[in-house]
Design a protein around this ligand. Structure first.
Ligand code: 13P
Ligand code: SF4
Length: 368
């Protein structure tokens, strides 16, 4: 049986004022090997029957990642998930990730049915940036180009000029800066600050954060590095400044994965959701990957390097989508039309650059 566990977390608005919010972590039932095998077989059959394809993020359960790859789907970062879903010919997209990923898939492919294992799977960045407050923030800066992170609702994207993900944010802001544009950025303050530092762009930042990455601790990381002096430190840019400052590489989930697979070190300390370790261990079996430190042993769900919302995705939820059509994503025609533009801009931009689909936030190990 799935267990529902409440947890509190802090949300910050554009001005950095905080409020405490509560959500439910739904802990997936423990399944034995034969139950998992049986569920996977049923899902494989149902995917074929329904003309459906499974699109999984690197943070979801390892079984779902494997299943996506075994059935012609994909396991990817949020940029590649969006592109894969748009380009695939299947009638139904099963998106195993969080809500904004399903909405992006639907916006790009309104003619397809988009289903998600659990519609409660959201994201603290999305929750912390309500469309009406965001709209007022934009109204206060009418002369700025509005750039939003993918981790936002469709309604927020409808107000944006550009959508970016962590794998192309730096290049796109650099491009806008080179054209003389001033930027309004939302909602992740750490990624926004990182881009501002790297590009020198004129940016006003919304003050949101990711409750998972915000928990990585810089002092404890410094101690862990001393214990592993030859380790490379890989950091997702949603992490705090003191953590990113110690990184050999700051990058998207794909960039971090590639750094482990292609890097010449044998040990890596990784500051991101530990779901990514599944693929790292599969593709680089001889290498050691160590979790970057969070709040410690009495960690709550939000401080254990595992996104409580990504963790809502399970085999049973995927089967419910396929058998019952559960978890359907709907986006109104008006929002779809408005939000499409900013996503298309990003997809066009990343196609034109050399080495399309290769993550770009790789200042230390060389951009692809
Ligand atoms: P990526 O775009 O790097 O996959 O990140 C998505 C995300 O939600 C990170 O927390
Ligand atoms: Fe959102 Fe953070 Fe979860 Fe990514 S890890 S989906 S940014 S809460």
């Amino acid at each position: 049986m799935q267990r529902n566990t409440p947890f509190d977390f802090t949300l910050q608005n554009a001005q950095g004022e905080s409020c405490v919010a509560q959500a439910w972590a739904k802990v997936q039932p423990g399944l034995d090997a034969s139950e998992r095998f049986a569920l996977k077989q049923q899902i494989k059959e149902a995917l074929r029957e329904r003309d459906a394809v499974l699109i999984a993020h690197y943070y979801v359960d390892g079984d779902l990642q494997d299943l996506a790859l075994e059935t012609g789907g994909v396991v990817a970062d949020s940029l590649e998930m969006a592109r894969f879903g748009r380009n695939h010919t299947a009638k139904t997209l099963i998106v195993a990730g969080v809500r904004f990923m399903g909405e992006t898939a639907k916006i790009l492919s309104p003619e397809k049915t988009v289903l998600m294992p659990d519609l409660d799977a959201t994201c603290s960045l999305d929750l912390g940036c309500p469309a009406d407050e965001f709209s007022a923030f934009c109204d206060a800066y009418p002369d700025r180009t509005v750039v939003v992170y993918a981790n936002t609702s469709a309604a927020v994207k409808a107000r944006a000029d550009w959508m970016v993900t962590s794998s192309c944010a730096l290049e796109i802001v650099q491009h806008l800066k080179d054209k003389g544009e001033k930027i309004l950025w939302a909602p992740d303050r750490h990624l926004g600050r990182y881009i501002q530092e790297q590009t020198g762009a004129d940016m006003v930042l919304w003050q949101g954060d990711c409750i998972v990455h915000n928990e990585f601790k810089s002092e404890e990381l410094a101690m862990l590095r001393r214990a592993h002096p030859n380790a490379r430190v890989l950091v997702h840019p949603e992490s705090p400044a003191g953590v990113a400052a110690q990184a050999d590489l700051v990058g998207s989930t794909s960039a971090l994965l590639r750094a482990v697979v292609e890097g010449d070190a044998t040990t890596y300390i990784v500051a991101t959701d530990k779901g990514l370790f599944h693929r790292m261990r599969q593709l680089a079996p001889g290498k050691q990957v160590i979790e970057a430190p969070t709040a410690g042993e009495s960690a709550t769900c939000k401080s254990c390097a595992q996104c409580p919302w990504m963790a809502m995705n399970g085999l049973q939820g995927v089967l419910r989508c396929l058998h019952q059509g559960a978890g359907e994503i709907h986006v109104t025609a008006q929002i779809q039309k408005q939000a499409h533009q900013c996503i298309d801009r990003m997809l066009d931009f990343t196609q034109q650059r050399p080495g399309a689909l290769r993550p770009g936030l790789v200042p230390h190990l060389g951009a692809a």
